[in-house]
Design a binder for this molecule. Structure first.
Ligand SMILES: Cc1cc2nc3c(=O)[nH]c(=O)nc-3n(C[C@H](O)[C@H](O)[C@H](O)COP(=O)(O)OP(=O)(O)OC[C@H]3O[C@@H](n4cnc5c(N)ncnc54)[C@H](O)[C@@H]3O)c2cc1C
Ligand code: FES
Length: 277
């Protein structure tokens, strides 16, 4: 059992969850994730580690409410206990002095890029961060990212902030304006990561994406997270989640993520009608 220290809504569809997990907090590194179960009847879901505090013994993630498990998680509160909290999982992100690194985060990825910004800055990089939001009211952690970055650009499609472009267009604009960028790292929904990889491909700038396929065990045993990178079969939970975005078979990934779509929708409908706890 792991105790929830904090669970609060950051913006309408995104929540923060801080869990007491001293072992995970002591060992985790940027780019890693945890697997948790919201209740004993639930399924195991992976969430990126967005922050941690080794002294407090806590680990924080930001999650989007999409289906049954994330909705269940959003109903929990500080003091509640969850039956499964496993981590840190996955290979840590590569952190070294690359020069200038452009980070792009959307949705839960805004939280997930924060430990990377912090670590890359500490490693001596110039860190440029692009945050993608659909509208101003969906923006969170701007202050944390500004503190960890040399420059922050906010692309919001309601005209309210720096620009209204979708993040790949903003990346193209930044790259076109001149600063030499040595590496791009994108985290968020699959479409955002795919679009960022496509935007940087013609310029040959290495672009790392943190893949989020369906996962079950998170230890390389079940095969649920199978993907193809550079023509070779990989398991995102143990070989990733970071991969070179120019090497991913995106069509396969998009298809595999939809494998249980009908069941997922049905499950959420049953749960909302309280036909199972
Ligand atoms: C390594 C890894 C790290 C992850 N980190 C995070 C994280 O930090 N925060 C987070 O919110 N999620 C993260 N995810 C995704 C998260 O695990 C899933 O959103 C979660 O398992 C959904 O469970 P569910 O039961 O709520 O929804 P399900 O019932 O499993 O699925 C809901 C349906 O919603 C659809 N959907 C629509 N938009 C989205 C979207 N943006 N993301 C996912 N599904 C969508 C899916 O295709 C799916 O069919 C990560 C996934 C992986 C593999
Ligand atoms: S989640 Fe089972 S092999 Fe990756």
């Amino acid at each position: 059992m792991a105790r929830i220290l904090d669970r609060r809504r950051l913006v309408p569809n995104l929540h923060l969850i801080e869990v007491e997990a001293p072992e995970v907090a002591r060992k985790c590194r940027p780019g890693q994730f945890v697997i948790l179960m919201p209740d004993e009847r639930g399924e195991r879901i992976p969430l990126s580690i967005s922050d941690w505090d080794a002294a407090r013994g806590s680990v924080t993630s930001v999650f989007l409410t999409v289906g049954t498990s994330s909705h269940k998680l959003s109903r929990l509160a500080a003091g509640d206990e969850i039956p499964v909290y496993v981590g840190p999982l996955g290979r840590p992100s590569e952190i070294e002095n690359f020069g200038t690194v452009l980070l792009a985060g959307g949705c839960f990825g805004i939280g997930a890029i924060y430990p990377l910004a912090r670590a890359l800055k500490k490693a001596g990089n110039r860190v440029l961060t692009v945050i993608d939001v659909k509208a101003r009211y969906l923006l969170y952690w701007e202050d944390k990212l500004r503190a960890a970055s040399d420059r922050v650009f906010i692309a919001s499609r309601d005209f309210a902030l720096d620009s209204k472009q979708y993040v790949p267009a903003k990346i193209e604009e930044i790259l076109g304006a001149g600063p030499k960028v040595d590496r791009v790292i994108a985290i968020g929904c699959t479409y955002l990561m795919y679009s960022c990889a496509m935007a940087t491909k013609p310029r040959g700038i290495k672009t790392i994406v943190s893949l989020n396929p369906i996962m079950v065990d998170g230890t390389g045993m079940c095969g649920a997270c199978r993907c193809t990178a550079a023509g070779r079969t990989k398991f995102a939970c143990v070989d990733g989640p970071d991969f070179d975005g120019h090497e991913i078979d995106w069509d396969e990934l998009f298809k595999r993520r939809k494998s249980y779509f009908d069941d997922e929708i049905r499950s959420l409908c049953y749960w909302e009608r309280k036909e199972f706890p």
